[in-house]
Design a protein around this ligand. Structure first.
Ligand code: SPV
Ligand code: MG
Length: 291
């Protein structure tokens, strides 16, 4: 039997809502490799993280080519399903029809596309710009994404983020599933899980749900499994946040202590980095071919 594609693996995982899969965010191939090593089930190619790693806002500022290249580079070193954040799909349904096959060719397993108007603004930003496109327009974008590749298409509604309420969020989710979405990502920035729990309970269950619990971190994966509606939990930005805290701590100590000796014990040894770079493979090549 041929090996299962990452799209098939993820499709099966999404339907396992009693034990949701967990994706870790990544903004470069090294992070993707570390998430694989830690045994996450998938990689979230996060627009927020990638934008942050270029030190620009998550507001449709990075070009599609940057996201595409990062997806390709991650797929070379990480066998987990790559769930790529394509924001609003880079424009209208025509842009989507051209973009999605390129992400398929770059090694993505799924794309997540949101119903915000282009250019987008970060959902987590206080007083952000959260205008949504019409249901009909977004259904067209989903249909274009589905028709243009075999990737899973996860439709994300920002109805709760935009303050439009649960009925509108459910209406949009149902309409997106009807248009062919394989799953619906429901996002909330409430500080407690109540809004998301209410949505999940009211969800008719036509397709599995995906959540990003950044704002309500007290919700455990076990509690999400008990809802039996959510196939995938995305840790939206934990790689970049861990990296920033780790680097800040180390950088400050080095200057405060006037040397690099003090941090030696708390940072990864150089041998660890060599291993992550695939040094063992290069040694094999050297042995075989270098004359
Ligand atoms: C991202 O990580 O880019 C996301 C999740 O889209 S959020 O930042 O919460 O909108
Ligand atoms: Mg994003």
């Amino acid at each position: 039997m041929p090996p299962q594609s990452t799209t098939d693996t993820l499709r099966a995982a999404l339907h396992h809502a009693t034990v949701p899969s967990v994706a870790m965010s990544a903004h470069n191939p090294l992070v993707a490799k570390l998430a694989l090593e830690a045994k996450f089930h998938a990689i979230w190619v996060s627009g927020f993280e990638l934008s942050a790693s270029y030190a620009v806002p998550d507001a449709s500022i990075l070009p599609m080519s940057a996201i595409l290249e990062m997806t390709r580079a991650m797929s070379e070193v990480c066998s987990l399903p790559l769930i790529v954040d394509i924001d609003t799909g880079f424009g209208n349904a025509v842009n989507v029809a051209y973009a999605v096959p390129r992400f398929a060719a770059a090694g993505a397993a799924a794309v997540v596309m949101e119903d915000k108007m282009f250019p987008k603004d970060s959902s987590l930003r206080a007083e952000g710009r959260h205008a949504l496109v019409s249901i009909a327009e977004f259904q067209g974008k989903i249909a274009a994404a589905k028709a243009s590749s075999t990737l899973l298409v996860i439709a994300r509604t920002e109805a709760l983020i935009a303050g439009l309420g649960q009925d509108e969020a459910i209406r949009r989710g149902v309409a997106y599933a009807e248009a062919g979405a394989d799953a619906v990502l429901i996002h909330s920035k409430q500080k407690t899980p109540d809004e998301i729990l209410d949505f999940c309970k009211a969800w008719p269950g036509t397709v599995p749900l995906v959540i990003v619990p950044t704002s309500y971190p007290q919700l455990s994966f076990k509690q999400v499994g008990e809802l039996n509606k959510v196939g995938l939990i995305i840790c939206g930005n934990h790689a970049i946040r861990a990296a920033v805290s780790g680097m800040r701590r180390t950088f400050a100590r080095i200057l405060e202590e006037g040397g690099i000796g003090g941090v030696e014990e708390e940072i990864a040894p150089v041998s660890d980095i060599f291993a992550l770079q695939g040094d063992a493979d290069m040694r094999e090549i050297e042995k075989k071919y270098l004359r």
